[in-house]
Design a binder for this molecule. Structure first.
Ligand SMILES: [Zn+2]
Length: 304
């Protein structure tokens, strides 16, 4: 169904993106690890080196701490297992075979079938795939990106998810921690809850954005992203308001859920603005030494 790379010296086979170790590219078998790897589009040979006649893999552009924060240790173990099993190094350049043709050589017919199958099986790329790439680029602490990633992948421990995993929660406690009116799913808690919509609407008003609310997480992220892009906000700042808003909503929710903390929309909105101001000093900044007060009057100016 696709081209299959046969690794010899590993210099011309893409480590994550090509099909060489098994029937699928590693980025499809281990998408979570691919998301956080800093070494994309590099060859197999670039991922390690020879030491006293033995091949030794490097770190694959992955940080142990990030793997731990995202609870990917088991996935990582499996990934390493796959790679340690690979011993087929040979002299000379890597070669490509077409799995579709019986003779394993390139023919126009096999190429045609390959593209046809691609279209049938995979369809067009998801228009929101870009969101993941944008998220990892942002100038915010890693902990926050990890939170955003879990929200994108619907892996935050909201009540719906806990219930689906069979964790016992009393039925009367499954409702949204804010409105107590709907099942607490991730899309309700962060986007469609009427209480939370007030917070989004204040933030939208603050930056001069229209009040449209997309209840699907990635579409919502991209909607805000496109708004900030149209305002010439820097690439590394494009998602910070969105992340600050969802992160503070999550903290307020946890306080209300576990400690019965008091909260209100005004304080929450203020906390979001304060956080965006603090993060505006992460990474390269073009306007140093501005106060929270100045920032709040014209946030787009300081993020651009
Ligand atoms: Zn609600």
């Amino acid at each position: 169904m696709a081209s299959l790379f046969s690794v010899h010296n590993g210099f011309s086979t893409l480590f994550w993106e090509a099909t060489w170790l098994n029937d699928l590219p590693l980025k499809e078998v281990f998408p979570d690890l691919y998301d956080i790897s800093r070494l994309k589009y590099v060859s197999v040979a670039a991922m390690g080196g020879w030491k006293e006649g033995m091949w030794v893999w490097g770190d694959f552009g992955l940080s142990a701490r990030e793997v731990e924060v995202l609870c990917l240790e088991a996935v990582y173990e499996e990934f390493i297992g796959w790679l340690e099993d690979f011993v087929d190094w040979k002299e000379g350049r890597d070669s490509v075979e077409w799995k579709d043709s019986e003779e394993k050589v390139f023919t126009v017919a096999s190429c045609y079938n390959f593209y046809n199958n691609l279209r049938l099986h995979y369809g067009p790329a998801n228009r929101n795939d870009e969101a993941f790439e944008l998220l990892w680029k942002l100038d915010v602490p890693f902990k926050i990106k990890a939170f955003g990633w879990r929200l994108f992948r619907d892996r935050l421990p909201v009540k719906e998810l806990l219930k689906n995993r069979g964790i016992p929660i009393p039925l009367d406690d499954l409702n949204c921690s804010f409105c107590d009116n709907s099942l607490e799913s991730s899309s309700h808690l962060f986007f469609s809850c009427l209480v939370v919509k007030n917070i989004w609407s204040e933030i939208a008003n603050w930056v001069g954005k229209g009040d449209r609310v997309d209840v699907e997480c990635l579409s919502n992220f991209m909607d805000w992203h496109l708004f900030f892009r149209s305002k010439k906000v820097k690439v590394r700042k494009l998602g910070v308001v969105w992340l600050a808003t969802t992160w503070i909503i999550w903290l307020v929710r946890n306080g209300a859920c576990f400690r019965k903390d008091e909260w209100n929309v005004n304080n929450t909105v203020w906390n979001i603005k304060h956080l965006v101001w603090r993060w505006s000093f992460c990474g390269k900044i073009t306007h140093p030494n501005y106060s929270l007060y100045e920032f709040c009057k014209d946030p787009l100016h300081f993020l651009s």
